[in-house]
Design a protein around this ligand. Structure first.
Ligand SMILES: [Zn+2]
Length: 365
């Protein structure tokens, strides 16, 4: 793949050959062809610290599919990743970070020396550049006015968004910030699930059959999280912890999970179905390095876990942080929810919680 010759023909061949390797990551042939043409002939300014939304718009892809294309390309050495940090005071962008381990809790602007939190929602954004082994980036590639124009037109993709891409976590599991450093996440939606009565499930079905059922349920939930623009941060026994950048995605994923589990149990036709408990809460937290993996910490995470503990199974428990999304969903899909109050362990004041009951269309009487 390394191309030492910079003649256009060699460049074009090298790009085509490199992009064809994306088949193994599920990137379709038409998408590859468009990407080859883009990398071969696009204005060089569009290939340096490229805003992913520019590609999404040109390729008519969702942001998630665009990021998947770029993350697969990163894995295959077609592009490089930049964690660009914009100073909230002078608006200058620091291009120094190319890996998560280059980021620190506090960032000092190289231009105006202002010190600020590395805020993964507002200051840290991700861009991609073509690997210079494929096409050299001449001086003209670095055009600030051009990039500002694109950013103003499309908005930027936050660092938090990339951290919430399942494929990024899978292909780059060891990409983390350094130990003892943290990234501020201004707004994250955290979803916990667990299986109710799994002890009974194991004793009644036997270990191997119960294990197989639990794994099938994991596979279904992982797919739902990915489809709703989220990422599974970890599994804990029969439980998962997933994050979303938008509360709406988190709540819709929760509903899809309960509907899918109802279908799953119907197919199972068993006396002991898998009963899924779900809890969601949204708020700020920090992203840290735990055992060489990116993890999330803070009151928001603890609250989400406690809220899941209130779930009786076959329901979704959420806090007032998701109420406007719940109202919108309830209005269109007729999902009912009730308000209640709960005192959560470790949290001094009682909080409002809501119980949503999801009736799969097939079961609605
Ligand atoms: Zn500055």
């Amino acid at each position: 793949m390394i191309n030492l010759f910079n003649s256009p023909r060699h460049t074009n061949n090298a790009i085509a050959k490199a992009v064809k390797s994306l088949t193994q990551h599920g990137i379709s042939a038409p998408e590859q062809d468009r990407f080859i043409a883009f990398l071969q002939s696009e204005d060089i300014r569009s290939l340096y610290h490229t805003n992913p939304r520019l590609i999404a718009d040109q390729f008519k892809l969702s942001e998630r599919d665009t990021l998947k294309l770029l993350v697969a390309s990163l894995k295959e050495g077609i592009v490089t990743l930049n964690w660009d940090i914009q100073c909230p005071v002078c608006q200058g962008v620091d291009f120094a970070a190319t890996q998560l381990c280059d980021l620190r809790t506090l960032h000092v602007c190289p231009v105006c020396h202002h010190k600020h939190n590395s805020d993964a929602d507002q200051q840290v954004r991700v861009t991609f550049s073509i690997d210079e082994r494929l096409r050299s980036l001449s001086k003209e590639a670095d055009d600030l006015a051009f990039r500002n124009h694109i950013d103003a037109q499309y908005g930027v993709v936050s660092g938090h968004r990339l951290l919430t891409l399942q494929m990024f976590r899978e292909l780059f599991p060891r990409e983390t910030i350094p130990p003892n450093e943290s990234l501020l996440i201004r707004q994250v939606t955290i979803l916990f699930t667990d299986l109710a009565g799994s002890t009974a499930l194991y004793s009644q079905r036997g270990d191997s059959q119960a294990y197989s059922l639990v794994n099938q349920h994991f596979k279904l939930l992982f797919e739902i999280v990915d489809r709703h623009n989220g990422a599974v941060i970890k599994t804990i026994g029969d439980a998962i912890m997933a994050t979303f950048t938008s509360p709406e995605d988190g709540l819709k994923a929760a509903i899809a999970m309960q509907e899918t589990m109802q279908d799953f149990n119907r197919r199972l036709e068993s006396a002991n179905p898998l009963i899924l408990k779900v809890g969601i809460h949204a708020g700020p937290c920090i992203s840290v390095n735990l055992n060489d993996r990116s993890d999330y910490f803070g009151t928001t995470v603890n609250t989400a876990a406690r809220v899941e503990g209130l779930s009786q199974g076959n329901d979704i428990v959420f806090t007032s942080s998701l109420i406007s999304q719940a109202e919108a969903i309830a209005n269109t899909a007729h999902y009912k929810y009730e308000k209640s109050s709960a005192t959560l362990k470790g949290i001094s004041e009682p909080i409002d919680v809501f119980y949503m009951h999801v009736n799969n269309k097939a079961t609605v009487k």
